[in-house]
Design a protein around this ligand. Structure first.
Ligand code: PLP
Length: 385
């Protein structure tokens, strides 16, 4: 049975072109880019090229790109690095629906005397902008608000948020892990100061990420040691993955519009068919301002995990929450923040597509989902028979 992979917000397949580019860096071009000899020097040149490829996708300067080990490290480095550089200010503004890579750090910082404001969202997952604006003040050291939500795909008005931050001269970081490659951007024309990205959400390998730091932004280094990454992130570079990420960024930049159109058509076909055929279903999140690849659907009266297990029997991979929180029986903090009723939050499934999905896969999934839902509802104690 072939795997049908609808879990691309958890991780993506490494593109063949990316894997091919990486291969020579394991057994042939294995030098240390910091070495003085020519063998190492040629590796440093490959890292420079990857930095340029990333900068082209982001619309930034190459020297504004720092390679990290993952999105989580980038988020941690941004938050802690800014606070260390601006010790006199003690307030952080974030949102209630951030990924744990941001939310857990902010909540931990509360134990160290910081005030953290978690701005709420409405029933469609849209950021409460009045609440956000009210929170801005002179004591705010940092705003950290995600670009697109990993569970619902809802996209926040990052341009406007960055503008408001700039007006108040507050440093603004955005976790763009789910946005990059799906939303076109040009950082040179934005007021974003720091941005996190993760390779494995973008058809590059796991274990590599990026932190964009706008020139002139004050940030203390997070990892101390050698002088790599201009002294801003110590540690011998993960060369193969950095080269792969550069290639993945180039691929993403070339085809962003076509891929978005294709993926959106497939996502919409799946979503419409489910809503039409399965009673008591709803889409969680603003359907207008949403990533083209994501749909989060609640199937009332049944457990999301039960649906996942039955989909899995047919080779279909989806998710019942963010990959990091599934395994816990708590309903997702994102759906709770949106006020999604308990029974609907428990029965939620996230389908997240990629450029590699096909219409045939969508048709197959549509065919399988209704019988699964009917069967589980027959067994559900919450459905009157
Ligand atoms: N931020 C968001 C929005 C994510 O979706 C994820 C991963 O799911 C991360 C951060 C963490 O990225 P990584 O897995 O590279 O640490």
């Amino acid at each position: 049975m072939d795997t049908i992979y609808f879990d691309n917000n958890a991780t993506t397949k490494v593109a063949e072109e990316v894997a091919d580019r990486m291969k020579p860096f394991f057994c042939d071009l294995y030098g240390n880019p910091s070495s003085m000899h020519t063998f190492g020097g040629q590796i440093a040149a490959k890292i420079r090229r990857a930095r340029e490829q990333v900068a082209e996708l982001l619309g930034s300067l190459p020297e504004e790109i720092i390679f990290t080990s993952c999105g989580t490290e980038s988020d941690n480095a941004a938050i802690r690095g800014v606070l260390t550089a601006v010790p006199q200010k003690r307030k952080i503004i974030t949102s209630r629906v951030e990924h744990p890579a941001v939310l857990t750090v902010c909540r931990e910082l509360e134990n160290h005397g910081y005030t953290v404001v978690e701005v709420g969202v409405d029933k469609d997952g849209r950021l409460n902008m009045d609440e956000f604006e009210e929170a801005l003040d002179d004591d705010t050291a940092l705003i950290t608000i995600m670009w697109a939500n990993n569970e619902t795909g809802v996209v926040f008005p990052i341009g406007r948020i960055a503008e408001l931050a700039a007006e108040k001269e507050i440093v603004f970081h955005t976790d763009a892990v789910q946005a990059i490659g799906k939303i076109p951007l040009n950082l040179s024309k934005s007021n974003i100061d720091l941005l996190s990205l993760s390779g494995h959400k973008l058809h590059a390998p796991k274990g590599v990420g990026i932190l964009y730091v706008r020139k002139g932004t004050r940030m203390a280094p997070f990892m101390l040691g050698g002088h790599q990454e201009g002294g801003r992130r110590a540690g011998t570079e993960n060369v193969a993955s950095i080269v792969g990420l550069g290639q993945a960024c180039e691929l993403a930049g070339k085809n962003i519009e076509q891929e978005n159109n294709k993926v959106k058509l497939l996502r919409d076909k799946l979503e419409k068919a489910i809503l039409k055929t399965c009673p008591d279903c709803r889409v969680n999140g603003d359907r207008e301002n949403r990533l083209p690849n994501t749909t989060n659907i609640s199937f009332e009266y049944i457990e999301g995990e039960a649906i996942l297990l039955m989909l899995d029997k047919h080779g279909i991979c989806a998710s019942s929450g963010s990959a990091c929180t599934s395994g816990s029986l708590e309903p997702s903090h994102v759906l709770r923040a949106m006020g999604v009723p308990f029974t609907a939050a428990h029965g939620s499934i996230r389908f997240s597509l990629s450029r590699y999905n096909t219409e045939k896969e969508i048709d197959y999934a549509i065919e399988k989902i209704l019988p699964i839902v009917n069967r589980l509802r027959e067994l559900s104690p919450f459905v009157s028979k």
